[in-house]
Design a binder for this molecule. Structure first.
Ligand code: PA5
Length: 466
């Protein structure tokens, strides 16, 4: 069985006339061929390194060797990173580790470490978390492509100081850097202080890095089968290696979402897993889609202010929160269901009150069956009310399928970038925020910078409600 994309409910004939005209989809065949060719060109010129990650045997060997040596020697493994340097591992953790992993005993975790991903700098979280950790049994993986992101580097500075206070020179053995092979301050520190490190290939950007050492090393540390992940990704890349739109699932996803946004007034793209294990895949996708496609200018420099707004949702939980809006609110959304065909675990619902119609129907069913029925019912209700939706179904939630899903959405994102005319690989808006933070914190100091701004911007008291 393989990953299946069912997009019937994106098309007008299923939606009572709303949605995408099948002729419009057919009409995109040539534009898609160009998108595919452009992607191939950029891939061959070395700009799209994420494609080659499935072939990086040397890096894979170093990752496995490192994880083998260190994996069971630590009780806790902590990732310091943010954005693309954190979200992939968070998705892998929720999907592929036993639920409540960090609360399990050492035996239940097969002596693999607990895993934590610190993807923010809220002192109320970080302070107490670090106070509770047994530093002498913890490995910290500092993950930053640029090696200079304020959140990650401030986490690192705090951790390093605490390690050094506790362990003296032995602090080095508790650090591992994953960063650019040449550039950035983290690489410089790795050399200077002789700290173990793994490379992120220069042509692999943060949100496309889950299948590099960024995701693979933490995954290997907790016993995830990284070879299966890569095999799944490789299979999907091969499946998408065609310029025939109808046979290319990444192409179909990109073109349909693009048409929904630009031709059918649906710029909000909801990703809705019906599986707790896939909930963080939706979060990972949200960053990928938003940061890659939300752009002020085209690659040619023309102002476009492009980009759909991705939203994450969770079935069945959000049936009682968001689905009313999706089914009856504005026609401005597409819903992509993420489903698993076969569940590893299911729980039977007992027949406690067979005589009561309101409860009797549940007896003898399973929770997995209920969840699936609710998904199919929501799908049908959306279609009946003319709402575009599609279903991406994984055979099961395992490393191979996850690798396939990551690759599918990464390829879809670069195709969509071409269709919108923007560069999906850059993030000038994020960089601007980083520069301003640097300017305020580093150069001028917060108060001075604010005073400078206040010369140009409205005074705080003018428009502030206190
Ligand atoms: O996708 C991206 O490029 C960003 O989200 C980055 O991953 C994020 O800003 C963190 O950057 P870095 O890995 O350089 O610390």
């Amino acid at each position: 069985m393989r990953i299946v994309l069912d997009y019937n409910n994106m098309l007008a004939p299923r939606l009572g006339g709303r949605g995408i005209d099948p002729a419009a989809l057919e009409g995109m065949a040539e534009r898609f061929r160009e998108a595919h060719a452009d992607t191939q060109r950029r891939r061959e010129s070395g700009e799209m390194g994420f494609f080659s990650l499935t072939q990086e045997d040397d890096t894979l060997a170093s990752i496995e060797a490192f994880a083998e040596g260190a994996g069971q020697a630590f009780s806790d493994f902590v990732v310091l990173g943010i954005g693309g340097s954190a979200l992939g591992m968070i998705a892998l953790r929720s999907a592929l580790l036993k639920p409540s992993w960090n609360e399990l005993s050492d035996e239940e975790r097969d002596f693999f470490p607990r895993i934590h991903v610190l993807d923010n700098v809220d002192p109320a979280t970080i302070g107490p978390f670090l106070d509770r950790l047994e530093l002498g049994r913890t490995l910290f993986n500092v993950v930053s492509k640029s090696g200079g992101t304020a959140e990650t580097m401030s986490q690192y500075l705090i951790v390093r100081q605490r390690l050094q206070e506790k362990l003296g020179d032995g602090y080095r053995r508790h650090l591992l850097f994953t960063t650019d092979p040449e550039k950035g301050v983290l690489r410089q520190l790795a050399k200077q202080e002789d700290i173990a490190s793994l490379p992120i290939p220069p042509s692999v950007g943060g949100r496309f890095s889950v299948l590099s050492a960024v995701g693979l090393l933490p995954a290997a540390m907790v016993g995830i089968d990284v070879r299966e992940l890569l095999a799944g990704a490789r299979e999907m890349a091969e499946r998408c290696d065609t310029d025939d739109l109808r046979s290319n699932p990444a192409g179909l996803f990109a073109v349909l979402q693009y048409l929904a946004d630009t031709e059918a007034d649906a710029p909000i793209h909801v990703m809705m897993p019906y599986s707790d294990r896939l909930r963080d895949v939706a979060d990972w996708f949200r960053q990928l889609w938003a940061e890659s496609l939300g752009k002020q200018s085209t690659r040619g420099g023309e102002e476009v202010f492009a980009g759909p707004t991705p939203v994450k949702s969770l079935g069945a939980t959000d049936q009682h929160s968001q689905v009313q809006l999706y089914i009856e609110g504005p026609f401005d959304k597409t819903i992509t269901f993420l489903a698993e065909a076969e569940r590893e675990i299911d729980v039977e619902i007992p027949s406690v009150y067979p005589e009561l119609g309101e409860l009797g129907y549940l007896g003898g069913q399973t929770l997995g069956g209920l969840l699936r029925t609710e998904m199919l019912a929501t799908e049908a209700a959306l279609a009946r009310r003319g709402r575009m939706n599609m279903m991406l179904e994984l055979p099961r939630v395992d490393a191979r399928s996850l690798g396939g899903v990551f690759m599918l959405f990464q390829i879809a994102t670069v195709y969509a970038g071409h269709l919108y005319g923007v560069d999906p690989l850059d993030q000038p808006g994020v960089e601007l925020g980083k520069q301003l933070t640097y300017g305020i914190m580093g150069r001028a100091g917060f108060e001075t910078q604010r005073a400078e701004w206040e010369g140009r911007a409205p005074k705080r008291d003018d428009w502030t409600s206190r």
